[in-house]
Design a protein. Sequence first.
Length: 314
Amino acid sequence: MTTPRDHGGGLDAAVARHGGTREAWVDLSTGINPVPYPLPDLPNDAWTALPDRGAQEALIAAARDFWDVPAGAAVLAAPGASALIARLPGLMAAGRVHVPGPTYNEHAAAFAAHGWEVIETDGPAAQARVIVHPNNPTGLWHDAASLDAGLMVVDESFADIAPDRSLIGHAARRGVIVLKSFGKFWGLAGLRLGFAIGDPELIARLETLLGPWPVSGPALRIGRAALCDRVWADQTRARLTEDAARLDRLVTGAGAELVGGCALFRLYDVGDAAGWQERLAGHHIWSRVFPYSDTWLRLGLPGPDQWTQLEAAL
C-alpha cells in the first residue's frame, strides 16, 4: 500500500478530531481561489456523449489565446495537472532530476517512482529539472536562465495571478513543458482540468500516454468558457491581491511574520506551527503545516463570508 504524501486538504480528518460539521469549517489549507469561476449552463450531451473533437479543439484554441502560447508549442488538455505530473518522468530514460526544494512534493515522488535519482542541489549531471513557478509554498519566481536541462518542467499552477511573469514564451523550446492548472486561479479543483504546453514531440508522447477522451465533456465546455472570460480573470486578480494583503494584516497583527507566498496563499513564520494549527482548528479553521519546518504555517484566502470566523480565531 502506498503511503499518502503530505498535502493540504484532509478536512474530514480535522472534523473527526476537532468536531463540528464540515460546513462549519473554513479550509485554508490549500491555495484554491475561494470564489470560483461561475459555472455556465451545459448542453445535455456534455454529460451523455463521448467528448467530441470540436469541443476539444475549441478548448485548445481558447487556451492558446488566453496564455499567448507561442506558435511552435503544442497544447494538451488533461484530467488535471496531477495526471500530467505522474507521466512526465516517463518521457525520457531515467537519470538525475533536479527538484529545488522545498516545493510541491508530487514532482519528486513521480520521478522517483520512474527510477530517477532526485536531487535538491543543482549539478551538471542532472538530465531534468522541475521548477514550480511561483513556488509552493515559498512563492519564489524563477527566470528563463533556469531552463537549461534536457527535460525542463515548469509548473505554473499558480502563475495565472501574474501572467506577465509566466515563462510560457519559452514553451516552444526543445525539452520544455509548462504545466497549467484549473484548480487554483479558477477555483475549480473538482473539475480536474490541466494543460501541458511545450515541445511538440514531448506533448505528442504525453497525448499517447493519456489515451482517448482524457478530458470530460463538461470540463471541455467549462474550461473554454472560463478561458474566454478575460473580464472575470482581471477582476479576480485584483480581488486576490486585495485579499492577500488583508490576510497579511490580520495574521501579522496576531504575531506572525510573513516569509513568502503569492496572491493565492501566504506563508508565515509563527514560531510554533503545530500550536497555531491546533489553536485555529479549535475555531474550526484548517491550515497547512509542513513536515520539514516546525515554524511555517501556510494559509489560503478565506471566502467572502469566512473572514469574521478567522478574525475571531486570531
